[in-house]
Design a protein around this ligand. Structure first.
Ligand SMILES: [Zn+2]
Length: 140
């Protein structure tokens, strides 16, 4: 993870699910984000923590009987945002490499039936993205 990607992801999640801009949160500050990353905190955990702390209701979904929903962002929703911000690759015969620096990537930071979360091992790069597994049949 790197500061730019963290902020892009966080901005998308906050805007899409809580209707607020990242500039209304401490995550607009690069030093703040850098320290979160250093502590090993994920974007998802930080977004949930912020929403919880400020009692933010979801703006994209409603709870039961039209009441406000305070449910956290799901892994699927996180993956959708990561695919948009970090990019999406198809699984092919060649090993997956980082689109930013070309290194072979690590994965396994949350795997789903149809996709993998890949992370560039280079600290100075820190790019993360989604790889879709095309040999897995779709639902049904
Ligand atoms: Zn890289």
């Amino acid at each position: 993870m790197n500061v730019l990607l963290f902020q892009a992801l966080m901005g998308k999640l906050l805007e899409r699910h809580y209707g607020i801009a990242i500039t209304d949160t401490p995550f607009a500050c690069e030093a703040f984000v850098a320290s979160r990353i250093k502590d090993g905190e994920s974007v998802l955990a930080c977004a949930d923590g912020h929403a919880c702390e400020h009692e933010l209701a979801r703006t994209d979904i409603l709870g039961a009987f039209g009441t406000p929903s305070y449910s956290g962002i799901t892994q699927d929703e996180y993956f959708a945002a990561l695919a948009e911000v970090g990019g999406m690759q198809e699984m092919g015969d060649d090993p997956i490499t980082c689109p930013k620096c070309g290194r072979r990537t690590d994965f396994g930071y949350g795997n789903f039936p149809n996709s993998q979360h890949h992370r560039c091992p280079a600290n100075e790069c820190g790019h993360e993205f989604v790889v879709s597994l095309e040999d897995v049949p779709a639902d049904g």
